[in-house]
Design a protein around this ligand. Structure first.
Ligand code: ADP
Length: 319
C-alpha cells in the first residue's frame, strides 16, 4: 500500500489529534503517503481531501478536538453515498482508510470494507462504550474533566451543606459516571447498567446526614435520566432539596491527558501497520494493557460491559 487516507468521524474526543499525528507519522516513516479527509464521511463524499506531510500534524498532539473536523453524514448511510466515497478515494489514489471515531463510524468503515475498500477503526469517544476494547481515546481526559468539576462542586456543597446531583455524559454506558463517582468520592452513582433503588439512596443520604456529613454528591449518568428529573424524584419522595449541575460539552473538550495521548499514538500506529499488511475490517483496542486488533463486527455485535466492581466498591467506600 503506497497511499492511505485518514478521517475523524462522529462525536469528537480529546486525543483524536494525537491519533491523527500517529497515523501520519507512522505511515510516512514507512514511505507511504497520507491524505487527510476533512469533515468525516461527508468530506469523503465531497472530496475534501488534502495531502498531509510531517509538518501538518506538528503541534497538535496536545490539542483537543480534531484538526480534520468531524461531521455526521446521513448520505453516507446509503449505498449511493458509499460508492461516491469509494470513487473519491480511487480518484486520489487512496488504497486504505483509517477511521477514528465511535461505533457509528465503525459501521461506515465496515460498509466500505465489505465493498472491497479496506478500513481500520480506531476508537475515539469519551463514552468508553466500544465493545472489544478496555479503553477508548478521550475517556481518560473526559474523566479528569469531570473529576475537576466534582472537586469544585464539592467545595460549594460542603460550604452550604447541600446535596448536589451532577449529570455526566456517556450515552448508554455508565463508565464515565462510574469512574468519576469512585474517583470523586460520590455518595451515590446512578448508571444505566444497574437499576437504582430510591429507598436505598434515601436511606444512605439520611444516615450520612445523621453522622454529620456536610454534603452529598450524586452522579447521574445521562443514559438513566437527566439530573433535573432525578432532583424531582428526590423532592417528590423525600422532600430533599438538591442542586443540579449538568456538565455538558465541557466533557468533550480540553487538552488530552498523557494517557489518552499514549493510547492514541499506540492505536494510530497499529492501524497503519494493519493497512500495511493489506488487512481491513479490523478495530484497534487495548485489552489487559496490550494493544490488540480484532474484527470490527465484534465491535458492533458485541456488548460493552461496564466494570461493575467499581460500582460495588464505591458503595462500600461511600458508607
Ligand atoms: P459515532 O461514530 O461517534 O458513534 P455516529 O453514530 O453519528 O457517531 O456515526 C458517525 C457517522 O458514521 C454517521 O454520520 C454516518 O455517516 C456513519 N454511519 C453511522 N452508522 C452507519 C451505518 N449503519 N452505515 C454506514 N455509515 C454509518
Amino acid at each position: 500500500m503506497k497511499k492511505i487516507g485518514v478521517l475523524t468521524s462522529g462525536g469528537d474526543a480529546p486525543g483524536m489529534n494525537a491519533a491523527l499525528r500517529a497515523v501520519v507519522r507512522k505511515a510516512i516513516y514507512h514511505d507511504m503517503e497520507v491524505m487527510g479527509i476533512y469533515n468525516g464521511y461527508q468530506g469523503l463524499i465531497d472530496g475534501k481531501i488534502v495531502p498531509l506531510d510531517l509538518g501538518s500534524v506538528g503541534d497538535i498532539i496536545q490539542r483537543g478536538g480534531t484538526k480534520l473536523h468531524s461531521a455526521r453524514c446521513l448520505e453516507f448511510k446509503t449505498e449511493e453515498g458509499q460508492l461516491k466515497a469509494i470513487e473519491q478515494m480511487k480518484k486520489h489514489g487512496i488504497e486504505g482508510l483509517v477511521v477514528i471515531g465511535g461505533d457509528g463510524s465503525y459501521r461506515g468503515a465496515m460498509a466500505l470494507t465489505s465493498k472491497g475498500f479496506p478500513c481500520i477503526g480506531v476508537p475515539g469517544t469519551i463514552d468508553n462504550d466500544i465493545p472489544g476494547t478496555d479503553f477508548t481515546i478521550g475517556f481518560d481526559t473526559a474523566l479528569n474533566t469531570v473529576i475537576e468539576a466534582i472537586d469544585k462542586i464539592r467545595d460549594t456543597a460542603t460550604s452550604h451543606e447541600r446535596t448536589f446531583i451532577i449529570e455526566v455524559m456517556g450515552r448508554d454506558a455508565g463508565d464515565l459516571a462510574l469512574w468519576a463517582g469512585l474517583a470523586g468520592g460520590a455518595e451515590t452513582i446512578v448508571i444505566p447498567e444497574e437499576p437504582f433503588d430510591l429507598e436505598d439512596i434515601l436511606s444512605r443520604l439520611r444516615s450520612g446526614h445523621e453522622r454529620g456529613k456536610k454534603h452529598s454528591i450524586i452522579i447521574v449518568s445521562e443514559g438513566v435520566m437527566n439530573a433535573n428529573q432525578f432532583a424531582e424524584l428526590l423532592k417528590e419522595h423525600a422532600q430533599i432539596e438538591t442542586r443540579v449541575s449538568v456538565l455538558g460539552h465541557i466533557q468533550r473538550g480540553g487538552t488530552p491527558t498523557a494517557r489518552d495521548r499514549v493510547l492514541a499514538s499506540l492505536f494510530g500506529a497499529r492501524a497503519v501497520e494493519k493497512l500495511m499488511e493489506g488487512q481491513g475490517g479490523l478495530a484497534i483496542g487495548m485489552r489487559n494493557h496490550q494493544v490488540v486488533d480484532y474484527s470490527m463486527t465484534e465491535a458492533f455485535d458485541g456488548k460493552h460491559e461496564a466494570d461493575l466492581t467499581l460500582y460495588k466498591l464505591s458503595k462500600e467506600l461511600a458508607i
